[in-house]
Design a protein around this ligand. Structure first.
Ligand code: ASP
Length: 330
């Protein structure tokens, strides 16, 4: 009897070990994007899904799930509540660190509700306008805004999104907070359609969404949001930075990271982090991202602990900036 019990215990232990190592299972790994399909976050997630699938030896199926609304916070909350088994992950940007300062109440806890897998890329933003605008350079654009105060609108991807954050900081810097009405969309892909169609006047968005449209002349670009000019970017190297246009200290770069729900087993997290690191070295992934003005991250911020520390530092850095620009959400 005793021998039988020992054998049963050994079998249970073996089964448990196998269950733990059975990652990924046959079920797909869902990359939740908290914005609409076709936008910058969706773009990086789709490229990453392909590179991580390759990195895992084609052994895992990845699907991208767009859960948009409320500036990304609905999708983030969905991941916070998902089963922590490695099969539901979140691809999100700087909104991860901005939303806690923009919302009085969030449906999840930052930074505690997540496991931090690592950073993916950094992306500059561009200030763009509809093609029908009469201005052809940043100075004229700002003058046009002042001359048309109260009549213009600015698109963004919801309160807490990167485009909202950029618009908030920029309007505050040019002292034109009341000059325009904000129009929220489920992501900057639909916002871009409205801009190209002339239904909205302007937007600030990642180069991963704006590059193709600027190149094709479907929108007008006026400035970049980084502290330094984008000298290595063929398309944007001659556009001024907002600092060069007199907005002292303006410096905004968007980053994306990969997250899992709190409680995901360490072995699963380690496997995903290894796949992430390999994906970030994949030449196809790098080429696609660089072609859209993004810089793939390869430094220690791809390590979970360093990325978590980075997100917390960004939360602390953005809080006073957002408060100074004016709090816009509940
Ligand atoms: N770029 C968007 C933002 O403003 C999000 C997106 O559609 O990916 O946050």
């Amino acid at each position: 009897m005793k021998r039988l019990l020992v054998l049963a215990a050994a079998a249970t232990a073996m089964f448990a070990a196998h269950a733990q190592s059975a990652f990924p299972s046959s079920k797909p790994i869902s990359l939740v994007v908290p914005f609409a399909a076709g936008g910058p976050t969706d773009r990086v997630a789709r490229d990453l899904a392909e590179a991580m699938r390759k990195a895992m030896g084609g052994n895992a199926n990845f699907v991208v799930e767009n859960v948009n609304g409320a500036g990304g916070t609905i999708g983030v909350a969905k991941v916070a509540r998902a089963a922590p088994d490695g099969h539901t992950l979140l691809v999100h940007h700087i909104g991860m660190a901005a939303a806690p300062a923009l919302y009085r109440k969030l449906p999840y806890k930052m930074p505690d509700d997540f496991e931090y897998l690592g950073m993916i890329n950094e992306v500059p933003m561009t200030i763009i306008g509809k093609p029908q605008l009469p201005a052809n350079n940043y100075r004229d654009f700002e003058n046009y805004i002042r001359a048309n105060s109260g009549k213009l609108n600015i698109a963004h991807a919801g309160l807490g999104s990167a485009s909202h954050l950029c618009g908030l900081m920029w309007q505050s810097a040019i002292k034109a907070k009341d000059a325009m009405t904000t129009i929220p969309f489920g992501g900057t892909a639909p916002a871009m359609n409205a801009l190209v169609g002339g239904q909205v006047d302007m937007m600030c968005d990642q180069t991963t969404n704006t590059t193709g449209q600027i190149e094709a002349g479907r929108v007008k670009a006026f400035a970049v949001t980084t502290a330094k000019p984008l000298s290595n970017n063929k398309l944007l190297k001659d556009y001024p930075t907002l600092q060069e246009m007199g907005l002292k200290g303006f410096d905004l770069t968007i980053w994306h990271g990969l997250y899992a729900p709190k409680g995901t087993p360490p072995a699963v997290l380690a496997q995903l982090n290894t796949a992430l690191k390999a994906a970030l070295k994949d030449p196809d992934f790098i080429k696609k991202q660089e072609g859209l003005g993004a810089v793939v991250v390869t430094d220690k911020r791809v390590e979970p602990a360093a990325h978590k520390a980075f997100v917390i530092a960004e939360m602390n850095k953005l809080k006073p900036v957002i408060e100074a620009a004016g709090k816009f959400a509940d």
